[in-house]
Write a protein that binds this ligand. Structure first.
Ligand SMILES: Nc1nc2c(c(=O)[nH]1)N[C@H]1C(S)=C(S)[C@@H](COP(=O)(O)O)O[C@H]1N2
Ligand SMILES: [Mo]
Length: 393
């Protein structure tokens, strides 16, 4: 988009909330403190994690900004913001989680490559925008299409920002056409986050939101949509964000043997306690989040305060006043649940949480068993150490 974007560099980054913990400055990567995540069901954008691979672009002249849709389609088009806003607007509550969430804990077993993250590379927001399925109808692709007449089977999203992994080219990713054209998959071209216009950090003026899928596919600062035959060949689809077994290292890795990761697996994390916590013996409220991918709800959250010998079931909730039922008609299927349980803690101990999703998937017990060289998808049981002490702190 020549002339529409001001040259972006690390000197022109947007302001951020001082509580964001900065994991890397250039590119800017930050996460909120654990306690911010459980303060509300919806994560305010100030406290939402920020995950970038290059400088934050500056899109100016919004009336001239447009997204081109081309590739293996009969009627390629350019859509301006007014065209996208003219489509029916949907508000979808969806949790975005970086595949690298909890990477720091994984790297303690054996070093991994990647930006370190504690447990807060996740957030839950209401995204407002047009459905991608409606947008694709404008270029003549009907709902529920898995292949266009010209042989297109994937939808590639290309962004404005430039990153070194793409040798200075744009960040990009793709999803299958069948998902993109399925109205029930709720894939959005979003221009709002929590009822406000998207801010620069989160993709102003327009981003993709692919609910239930690792954050890497929700391309920010969208510039172009290409209908293509094979999945996107970009770095983040082919040379990153793939799941490998613990036996694969940087000497024997063969990237082409694995699929790009899409859905995220069942996850849960205690957010009311830091690791390590010192507390007075007595009643303790244990609170956190649980989420699964692919639209699967959370069937159960188990908490142990004796290092895993016995378990209690935590209560789960999304919106106040509505009881949460996994996959129930009034639950937000793409969103996390918060959980809570009160326990007596009399001695120093390890507190553990683990969740079960609506397909009966469980979290792996040990991080060693799922260690992988890029440190992605750490969904091992979440543990925090507490030291019970009578003395005044
Ligand atoms: N254009 C662009 N889109 C992007 C990225 C990026 O670096 N550039 N990072 C991706 C990754 S890895 C994640 S986890 C999410 C983070 O979204 P957020 O910064 O809004 O939390 O954006 C994704 N979309
Ligand atoms: Mo990510």
């Amino acid at each position: 988009m020549p002339g529409l974007t001001a040259p972006s560099d690390y000197g022109r980054e947007p302001p951020r909330h001082p509580l964001q913990k900065i994991n890397s400055k250039q590119p800017f990567n930050s996460e909120p403190p654990r306690s911010a995540l459980i303060a509300s069901y919806l994560t305010p954008s100030d406290f939402f994690y920020k995950r970038n691979h290059g400088p934050i672009p500056i899109v100016e002249q919004i009336h001239r900004y447009c997204v081109s849709i081309s590739g293996l389609v009969e009627n390629p088009k350019e859509l301006f913001m007014k065209d996208i806003r003219a489509l029916p607007k949907y508000n979808v509550t969806a949790t975005l989680q970086c595949a690298g969430n909890r990477r720091t804990a994984m790297s303690k077993t054996r070093p991994v490559k990647g930006v370190g993250w504690d447990v807060s590379a996740i957030g839950n927001a209401v995204w407002g925008g047009a459905k991608l399925s409606d947008v694709l109808e404008l270029v003549g692709i009907p709902n529920l299409t898995s292949e266009t007449q010209l042989g297109g089977k994937h939808v590639e999203f290309v962004s404005v920002d430039k990153c070194k992994e793409e040798n200075g080219g744009p960040y990009k990713a793709s999803i299958p056409l069948s998902q993109a054209t399925n109205p029930e998959a709720d894939v959005l071209l979003a221009y709002e986050m929590n009822g406000e216009p998207l801010n620069r950090d989160h993709g102003y003026p327009l981003r993709v939101v692919v609910p239930g899928v690792i954050g890497a596919r929700s391309v920010k600062w969208l510039e172009a949509i290409n209908i293509i035959a094979e999945e996107c060949q970009g770095f983040f689809m082919q040379k990153d964000y793939k799941m490998f077994p613990p036996s694969v290292n940087w000497d024997n890795i063969n990237w082409s043997t694995r699929r790009p990761q899409m859905d995220f697996p069942v996850q849960c994390v205690i957010c009311s306690l830091e690791d390590v916590n010192t507390m007075k013996p007595g009643k303790v409220k244990i609170t956190g989040y649980a989420a699964s991918g692919g639209g699967r709800g959370i069937e159960r959250v188990d908490v142990s305060v004796d290092g895993g010998k016995t378990w209690m079931e935590a209560s789960r909730f999304q919106k106040s006043g509505t009881p949460y039922v996994a996959d129930g008609p009034s639950s937000d299927k793409w969103a996390w649940v918060l959980f809570e349980v009160t326990a007596d803690i009399l001695h120093s101990t390890e507190i553990i949480a683990k969740a079960v999703d609506s397909a009966g998937n469980v979290q792996p017990e040990k991080v060693e068993d799922i260690w992988n060289l890029r440190g992605i998808l750490n969904t091992s049981w979440h543990r925090v150490q507490v030291q019970a002490s009578q003395s005044n702190l």
